[in-house]
Structure formats: C-alpha cells, structure tokens
Design a protein around this ligand. Structure first.
Ligand SMILES: [Zn+2]
Length: 219
C-alpha cells in the first residue's frame, strides 16, 4: 500500500497526506469530491493533483492558482457561468416568440453571433419594431435589461485576474486585460459571489416562467 499525497494549495511547498492508502497500481482518480482537513493551513481542500508518497513531484502537482485555493469561490463562479448558458438558450426562444421563427431557425440566427451582447442587441432592436403598446414588446425589453445585468455579472468574473488574501478573501480585478477599462480591485468573500449567482438565477427563473408557463416578467 502507498500513501496518496498532495500539496497544500495555500502553501504548495508543503506536502500533506490525503488519508488515502491504496496499492501503487491503483488509479489516482475518482477522489475529486473528497476533502481533507489540512494540517498546514487548517482549511479543507478537495483532493487534487495527487501523487504517491516518494514519487517525483512536477509542476503539474505544485502549480497552484488563486481559485485553486478559494475552491468555494471557484465553484460559485462555475455555477454562475452554467446558469448563463441556460439564459443563452432562452435568448433564442425569446427570438422565436418575438418573430414567430421556428425554434431551430432562431437558435441558428442567435448562434451566428459570437458576442453575447450582440445577441441581446438583436433582440432589443427587433422588440423595438413592435408597436409601443404591445405587451410582448414591453416584456422582451424588460428581459433585455435583466439579461444585460446578468451578463455584466458574468463578464466581471470571466475576464478577471484573481488573487487570494487574508481569510481566503479573493481579490478580483475585473477586465484585467482590457485596456479600455479602469483598473480596480474588489475584495470579495464567497457570499458576495453567491449574491451575484442569485441575481443570475432569478433572471433565469423569470425567463423560464415566461417561456414555459406564460408568466409575465416583473417590471
Ligand atoms: Zn492547506
């Protein structure tokens, strides 16, 4: 039997025992949802970048990034991105509802625009063609505003540079590589991301209600 080891993501020079002892020919896979309490930093870590005790350690085991440390934070960002993928599909359904196009045609039309905000612009321009007192126009334009807010939450995380400070607070520098944006650093705890996730989920729930159950959006 050999002890399965990993590096503390908070201090990658420190080796920790994962509590797993398996034959050397055993695969180091399938432990991804397990956690170990770290004797070095006292946090809990998901088991990642595992190796057997005594094996040579390469950068694959020691190359640790900020969100490797702040795993809960990374998980919330992942949830947010997955909900936005649903909203992307709802955009095509809104287009179909607005124009009467068949679902597949609407999906191809929307999917031809690579840029998310151009897809929302298309929907807005088409909705504006409807008469001013059309309820559908009002509903779609209300969704356009909400979807833009949700997308702003997404791009904040998708194009950020991350680092980790005290108490696992994450320092987020949104649009780090964008020369047109002013540089700023936001210090965030995992609850702060969870609030953005809830904002995006609320938009998704409302779209779902509108598209599948005919419920009107709140304005
Ligand atoms: Zn640790």
């Amino acid at each position: 039997m050999s002890r399965v080891m990993m590096r503390c993501p908070y201090n990658w020079t420190q080796e920790i025992f994962t509590g797993i002892d398996i034959p050397r020919k055993g695969a180091l896979a399938g432990f991804g949802n397990k956690v170990v309490e770290c004797p070095i930093c006292k946090n809990h870590h998901y088991l990642r970048r595992l190796y057997f005790e005594g094996d040579p350690v390469t950068p694959a085991e020691t190359d640790v990034y900020a969100l490797d440390v702040a795993y809960g934070f990374a998980g919330e960002v992942g949830v947010l991105i997955s909900v936005m993928a649903l909203i992307e599909d709802y955009l095509a359904m809104l287009l179909a509802k607005l124009t009467g196009a068949d679902g597949n045609d609407a999906r191809i039309t929307m999917g031809t625009f690579y840029n998310f905000s151009h897809r929302v612009d298309l929907l807005e321009h088409l909705a504006q063609q409807e008469s001013k007192d059309s309820e559908l126009r009002k509903d779609i334009l209300s969704f356009v505003k909400k979807i833009r807010e949700a997308n702003n939450a997404r791009v904040k995380y998708a194009h950020a540079k991350y680092s980790v400070g005290a108490e696992l607070k994450v320092h987020v520098e949104p649009f780090y590589g964008d020369a047109r944006k002013k540089k700023k650093t936001i210090v965030m705890a995992v609850d702060d991301v969870a609030r953005d996730v809830e904002l995006v989920k609320a938009v998704s729930r409302e779209l779902h209600g509108f598209l599948y159950r005919g419920e009107r959006p709140k304005r």
